[in-house]
Design a protein around this ligand. Structure first.
Ligand SMILES: [Cu+2]
Ligand SMILES: [Zn+2]
Length: 218
């Protein structure tokens, strides 16, 4: 016979499994390397880590992290097409641009998906990044997973400059740091979304009921 405790336990399993299924976020991470001449040879040296998070249900991607040891000033900050850091970040290709737009500001409607504007490095060489962008995604067509985050030597003019290169790259100059954006933990909203979530919760609760009933009988 089922006791009140058993029923409470089953209810708790149901609530916990529903909560876990709904509360998931996808987390991606990029270890960022400065590309420079260290001790007479061109090398990549780790300068920090960036974390990208997005709710399973979609919405904006949060980018947070700290980079240190970079030259002071505004620096172009983009997602580039390829997650290849070879040749001092130059193998990462162009700005990630699946819609074939011109280069622009992150606030412009028509922009490269990878256009994240500028970051501002302090006099101590440190930049604390905490920004949110709704165009980049961690899954689907605009997914930045497996691509590269790149920091440039100059300020990105956001496509508003007079030069031809402004509409392509923001005239941000050479690449001074880069990192591959990789999955750290992922959660996809299942096909059918909440229906799947609830049925999984019911299944888990049903299993716990059987276990409880078995313990009562045997
Ligand atoms: Cu770039
Ligand atoms: Zn661009």
């Amino acid at each position: 016979m089922l006791t009140a405790n058993s029923i409470l336990l089953t209810a708790a399993v149901f609530c916990a499994s529903s909560f876990l299924a709904n509360a998931q976020t996808t987390v991606a991470r990029a270890i960022v390397f400065q590309a420079a001449n260290f001790n007479g040879s061109e090398q990549l040296r780790q300068v920090g880590t960036l974390e990208f998070t997005q709710q399973a249900s979609g919405g904006a991607v949060q980018i947070r992290g700290r980079l240190a040891g970079l030259p002071q000033g505004e620096r172009g900050f983009h997602v580039h097409d390829k997650g290849d850091l070879g040749n001092m970040c130059n193998n990462a290709g162009d700005h990630f641009n699946p819609d074939k737009h011109d280069h622009a500001a992150p606030t412009d409607t028509a922009r490269h998906v990878g256009d994240l504007g500028n970051i501002n490095v302090g006099a101590d060489g440190v930049v604390n990044i905490d920004l949110s962008d709704s165009v980049i995604q961690l899954n689907g067509r605009n997914s930045i997973i497996g691509r590269a985050i790149v920091v440039h030597e100059k300020r990105d003019d956001l496509g508003k400059g007079a030069t031809d290169v402004s509409k392509k790259t923001g005239d941000a100059g050479a690449r001074i740091a880069c990192g591959v954006i990789s999955i750290a933990s992922e959660s996809y909203l299942p096909v059918g979304g909440s229906a799947y979530t609830i049925s999984a919760s019911i299944l888990m609760s049903f299993v716990s009921l059987i276990v409880i009933a078995y313990q009562q009988i045997c």
